[in-house]
Design a protein around this ligand. Structure first.
Ligand SMILES: Nc1ncnc2c1ncn2[C@@H]1O[C@H](COP(=O)(O)OP(=O)(O)OP(=O)(O)O)[C@@H](O)[C@H]1O
Length: 225
């Protein structure tokens, strides 16, 4: 049996608007296990971002239990250009968590950064480049390398493919699957596109009117992944 990485139990979440309390999530209960790729699907405004904020501990008003069993999750965003510091090189960006959390020397940090670039199939030549010098798909690869080098075992991917064209989408989907196998990461994969979700996710959560319903899928069935 796989280890649990995240558990939500009876989570209700609210926003305040004109002094009124508006409930967005209603009695949301689910778990994510090691090696899971869980899709989170719902119409615009159904509460997907609110659920992500809850998981990341960014919601002010909620009740219920949210338990993490690994390091804090890392986010991969729709537009990684906004999450990668435009003034820093890719090497600097990848080494930052190592500067904060480890005592590695500059040489060792560089080796690690290059190792993680390799894991996402980018060559060492990207080390000295700036985010603006990368394509959307390459930036998404750097975001994944950054999540991994930060020690994430659970990645929250919020519409990670929607800014990419179809060919690049397929490559990033393949990479997500590969990293799940090689690095043992799990994902909560947020999307409004059920086709994309059905290509990669082994479980799908549907969010409607604040409630979650879940279906189990046979993993990678539609995509031969
Ligand atoms: N800070 C806030 N204050 C008040 N209401 C909010 C706030 N943030 C979101 N909402 C409302 O909560 C509901 C859920 O929003 P949320 O952003 O979670 O939806 P979503 O499913 O992520 O939508 P989308 O797919 O369009 O990004 C919406 O009705 C939205 O207007």
């Amino acid at each position: 049996m796989s280890e649990k990485v995240l558990e939500l139990e009876h989570v209700n979440a609210y926003y305040r608007e004109n002094r009124q309390r508006k409930q967005i999530l209603k009695d949301v209960t689910f778990s994510i296990y090691e090696g899971d790729i869980v899709g989170l699907v719902g119409a615009s405004g159904s509460g997907k971002s609110t659920l992500c904020k809850a998981v990341l501990g960014l919601l002010k008003e909620y009740d219920g239990e949210i338990r993490h069993f690994t390091n804090r999750p890392q986010m991969v965003f729709q537009d990684p250009f906004r999450s990668l510091n435009p003034r820093k090189t890719i090497g600097w960006i990848l080494e930052e968590p190592l500067k904060i959390h480890t005592r590695l020397s500059a040489k060792e940090r560089k080796e690690q950064a290059c190792k993680y670039l390799e894991k996402v199939h980018l060559s060492g030549e990207f080390y000295d480049r700036y985010p603006r010098e990368l394509s959307g798909g390459q930036r998404q690869r750097v975001s994944l390398a950054l999540a991994l080098i930060s020690g994430a075992k659970f990645i929250l991917a919020d519409e990670p493919l929607s800014a990419l064209d179809v060919t690049v989408q397929a490559q990033i989907l393949q990479l997500l699957k590969e990293l799940k196998d090689s690095e043992g990461v799990s994902y909560l994969f947020v999307s409004h596109d059920i086709d994309v979700v059905s290509m990669i996710c082994n479980r799908v959560l549907f969010l409607k009117d604040g409630h979650i319903t879940e279906i189990e899928r046979e993993q990678g069935k539609d995509a031969n992944l």
